[in-house]
Design a protein. Structure first.
Ligand SMILES: Nc1ncnc2c1ncn2[C@@H]1O[C@H](COP(=O)(O)OP(=O)(O)O)[C@@H](O)[C@H]1O
Ligand SMILES: [Mg+2]
Length: 349
């Protein structure tokens, strides 16, 4: 890209009041409703929330990958350059070299009829002046970096010759190929076994160390985030409902929804109450949303005013920690807000 488009003192990625609306038979679907966040260089921001909360649509909007029927409003500036509304041709250049994308299904990014090494060479040569042999060496090096054993031999292999986890590593290598400033990974491990998940996340962390890219890691599984993310943004019904450092979110969640997500995770520590406390109910339909807090029907601490005023994301005690709950200050770490599901032990008794 032409460097004149960028501003050196601008934030790496600054999203302000991003909204995405689709038309459907049921009326307007407000998939993303005023999301704002800033991504700092080299940080890992995790975007977490149940299926349908607007995580993927947020990412697709930033990359210009939504269908034309989507109405997109707000602003998303990459190093000072507005991404929203930029022509396709320019967005292709951004996606190749500046902001790389990793999807849940690695075959979205891989072509079944070419060897993985060749696809890496293509990705490298698309944005860099480098001869084929040197590009091949770099491809092998990248495959080795993400943990593909015997990378030089494997580079000649085709995607179907790799396991799901190994394919996702190849995609991570492709994302690294042009030294991007931002990598957006949308549920990169959701389709994989738990042990393979950990290895692929490790490869993603390696990619970050090597490229110094900032990462947006989208996941419905808050369990993936601990030990990996610097910052967390929790989404519900198209909005960010809590934001903070990973410590803020895990040690003192302020939004009852976040507390519920944590209670849905199996806990490894043997101390205290280990029973799962999942959130009852389901998220609201994003078409014709009623006023008020969208979490209210599922919320154990809601009061009548929650049905009228939708809470805004606002600062709560402690640094940059934000929560969208009228009663965030009443939520404390020791309180269990949701009922446990009965354990096997109780059934036996
Ligand atoms: N192309 C589309 N047309 C209409 N609605 C869409 C489209 N893409 C996504 N949506 C809707 O937007 C909402 C948010 O979807 P998404 O961002 O994919 O959720 P998540 O990634 O958090 O699971 C959902 O209700 C989904 O049905
Ligand atoms: Mg998604």
């Amino acid at each position: 890209m032409d460097d004149a488009l960028f501003s050196d003192d601008a934030p790496l990625l600054e999203v302000s009041d991003l909204s995405v609306t689709f038309s459907s038979e049921d009326g307007l679907v407000r998939a993303v409703r005023g999301v704002s966040f800033t991504l700092e260089p080299g940080r890992l921001l995790s975007v977490v929330g149940e299926s349908g909360s607007g995580k993927s649509v947020t990412a697709m909007a930033l990359l210009g990958l939504l269908p034309r029927s989507a109405q997109v409003a707000g602003s998303a500036k990459f190093r000072g350059m507005e991404l929203l509304g930029r022509p396709d041709r320019e967005m292709m250049a951004v996606r190749g070299a500046e902001i790389a994308m990793i999807f849940q299904d690695p075959m979205t990014s891989l072509n079944p009829v070419y060897s993985v090494g060749w696809q890496l060479v293509e990705a490298i040569q698309a944005h860099q002046e480098i001869d084929k042999d040197a590009a091949w060496d770099r491809a092998v090096h990248l495959l080795d970096t993400v943990g593909i054993p015997e990378a030089r031999q494997r580079a000649a292999g085709y995607p179907h010759e790799f396991s799901g986890g190994m394919r996702q590593r190849v995609v991570i290598a492709m994302a690294m190929a042009n030294d991007p400033d931002v990598i957006i990974a949308d549920e990169p491990t959701t389709a994989l076994d738990v042990t393979v998940q950990a290895q692929v996340l490790e490869a993603l962390r390696t990619a970050q160390e090597v490229t110094h890219a900032a990462i947006i890691l989208i996941t419905h599984d808050l369990g993936v985030v601990a030990g990996l993310a610097d910052d967390v943004m929790v989404m519900y019904a198209g909005k960010a409902v809590e934001r903070g450092t990973v410590e803020d979110i895990f040690y003192w969640p302020r939004m009852p929804y976040t507390k519920g997500l944590l209670g849905s995770l199996p806990r490894l520590d043997a101390s205290g109450d280990e029973r799962l406390r999942p959130i009852p109910g389901v998220p609201p339909s994003l078409a014709n949303m009623p006023p008020g807090c969208p979490f209210m029907p599922r919320c154990p601490i809601s009061r009548p005013n929650c049905a009228e005023d939708e809470p805004v994301l606002r600062p709560v005690v402690g640094g940059g920690h934000l929560a969208a709950c009228h009663y965030a200050e009443e939520v404390s770490p020791g309180d269990e807000l949701f009922a446990p599901i009965s354990s096997d032990a109780e059934v036996v008794e």
